[in-house]
Design a binder for this molecule. Sequence first.
Ligand SMILES: [Zn+2]
Length: 218
Amino acid sequence: MNWKSEKQIVLDAAQELSRKGLVIGTMGNVSLRLPESKDGLIAITPSNRYYESLTAEDIVIINLSGDVVEGRLKPSSEKMLHTGIYKKRPDINAIIHFHSLYSSTVAVSFKSIPPILEDQVICLGGEIRVSGYAFSGSIELDDNVIEALDDNKAVILANHGALSAGYTMREAFTNCEMLEKTAHVFINAALLDEVNRLSAAAIEKGRSLFNSGYGNSQ
Ligand SMILES: [Zn+2]
C-alpha cells in the first residue's frame, strides 16, 4: 500500500470527527494533499461508509481531476469540492467537511458569523460566510463554497453543514472545532440579543496573525 501514513492521517481525522459527534453516520468527508505529489494527488475518504469500520486501505487516492489513482472504493461524492479548493489554495493541504449541530444551525439561518472572537479571526480568518445553497455533489455547490470560503479557512454551507481547512490535518481539525465553537457562541449571543463585533483594530491584529500562518504550527 502506498501513502500509508497519509491514509492513516485521513482515517484518524475521519474517525475522530465521528467520535466527537461532528458528523452522523456516513456523512461528511476528509482529505489530505499528498506531499511532494507534483501531479496533485489527494487522499480522501470513500463514499457512503461508516468511519468506524474503515481501515487505512479504504482511503482512496485521487488526482485533481477526481480520477481514482489507487483504492478499491468509490471516493467521496463531494471530491470535486476538495479538488477545487486545493487547486485554488496552495496554502491548504487538509480539508474537513462536516455536519455539526451549531454550524448547521447557522447554515439554516443564512446569517454570516461576524468577527466576534479573537481566536475566530486568528484561526479562521474573520467573518464566516454562508455559501449559496446548491445540492450536495453539484458543480454549483463547489463554486458557491469556493467563493464564500475566499481566503479564509472555514465556511458554512447553506442548509447543509460546514467546511474547515488547514496547512496540516491538525490545523484543519482545530479549525473544525473552532468553527463549531464560534457558531455556538454566535447563537448564544444572539439569544441574549447582543452580538458585539470585535473592534476594527482587533480584527486587523487578528487578521495579520492569520496571514502570518499562526495555525500552521505543528
Ligand atoms: Zn455534506
